[in-house]
Design a protein around this ligand. Structure first.
Ligand SMILES: Nc1ncnc2c1ncn2[C@@H]1O[C@H](COP(=O)(O)OP(=O)(O)OP(=O)(O)O)[C@@H](O)[C@H]1O
Length: 256
C-alpha cells in the first residue's frame, strides 16, 4: 500500500472464553482511507476492532497503530472510538455535555478544561446537531440522539483515526443523515475511518474498501460490493421470489 498504514493487523488471533473468534486476520488501513468491516453476525467484526483499541487481548499476531506496536502506543488522543451502542451513561445520570467532555480529557493537561476545550465540545455537538440538547440528561434522548452524542464524544478530541462499531444500528433516518453528513466532513478533512457495518447503506459513497469476515477469517478485501446492501455479498442467504416453493435458500453471500 502506498499510503502510510494507520492500522496494521497481521495474523491476529483472539479467543473469547475457549472459543477462537479471530483466526489469523490481516487488515491494513492507510491514511485517509475509509474501510468498512462487514460480515455475518458473530463473524468477529466487533472483536477485531476491540483488539485494536485494546479491549480484547490478542493471542497471536501483531497490531500496529500509526506505525507503533499497539502495546507501546500511547497517543490515544489521535484515536476516536465509538463502541457498539449501549447506554453511554450506564444508568448514571450524565448530561450530553458531560459525556462529550469526557472524550476531550485526553487533550487536556491534567483534566483541566480551557476555553479551547469548551469550544471543541460545543463544536462537536454542533457537528452532530445536538447543541440545543447540551444540558439535557442522556437518559432523555432517543437511540439515534444517543448515538450522535457518542459520535460527538469520539470527534471532540479531533482524532486522526475514527473507529466505529455499527454507528448506524438502531438509528432513526434523520440521525442517519446527520451522521452520514458528519462523517463525510471528517473524511474530506482527511480523517482515517474503520467502521463495522451491517450494510453499506447511506455511507456507501464514502467507503473506499470493504473487508468481509467469515468465521474469524478475512473472506474478501477489496472494492465495496456494488449492488448494495447484503444482496451484493456472496454468502447472503437469498431466496428468489420466483423460485419454486420449498427451494433451499441460495447461499450467495457473506453476511448471513
Ligand atoms: N464475551 C464473550 N465471550 C465468549 N464469546 C463471545 C463473547 N463476545 C462475543 N463472543 C462470540 O464471539 C463471536 C464473534 O463475536 P463478535 O461480536 O466479534 O461478532 P460480530 O461479527 O461483531 O457480530 P455482530 O454483528 O452480531 O455484532 C461470536 O460467536 C460471539 O458469540
Amino acid at each position: 500500500m502506498a499510503k502510510e498504514p494507520v492500522i496494521a493487523l497481521s495474523g491476529v488471533t483472539a479467543e473469547l472464553g475457549a472459543r477462537p473468534v479471530l483466526r489469523g486476520i490481516d487488515l491494513t488501513v492507510g491514511r485517509g482511507e475509509v474501510v468498512a468491516l462487514l460480515g455475518a453476525n458473530g463473524s468477529g467484526k466487533s472483536t477485531a476492532i476491540r483488539t485494536i483499541v485494546g479491549q480484547v487481548p490478542v493471542s497471536d499476531g501483531t497490531i500496529e497503530l500509526f506505525g507503533t506496536p499497539r502495546r507501546a502506543f500511547r497517543d490515544w488522543a489521535r484515536v476516536g472510538y465509538v463502541p457498539q451502542r449501549t447506554t453511554a451513561a450506564g444508568g448514571v445520570p450524565a448530561t450530553v455535555t458531560e459525556i462529550v467532555s469526557s472524550g476531550r480529557l485526553s487533550r487536556t493537561r491534567f483534566g483541566v478544561f480551557r476555553k479551547a476545550d469548551r469550544a471543541a465540545v460545543r463544536h462537536a455537538l454542533e457537528l452532530v446537531g445536538m447543541a440545543d440538547r447540551a444540558r439535557d440528561s442522556v437518559d432523555a434522548l432517543s437511540g439515534g440522539q444517543h448515538q450522535r452524542v457518542l459520535i460527538a464524544r469520539a470527534l471532540v478530541a479531533e482524532p486522526e483515526l475514527l473507529i466505529m462499531d455499527e454507528p448506524m444500528a438502531g438509528v432513526d433516518l434523520a440521525s442517519q443523515e446527520v451522521l452520514a453528513r458528519t462523517l463525510k466532513a471528517q473524511v474530506e478533512a482527511g480523517t482515517t475511518v474503520l467502521l463495522v457495518l451491517h450494510e453499506l447503506g447511506p455511507l456507501e459513497p464514502l467507503i473506499d474498501r470493504a473487508v468481509v469476515l467469515r468465521d474469524g477469517c478475512v473472506l474478501h478485501d477489496g472494492p465495496p460490493p456494488k449492488a448494495l446492501g447484503q444482496h451484493a455479498l456472496p454468502g447472503h442467504d437469498h431466496v428468489h421470489p420466483h423460485a419454486p416453493a420449498g427451494t433451499e435458500p441460495l447461499r450467495t453471500g457473506l453476511l448471513s
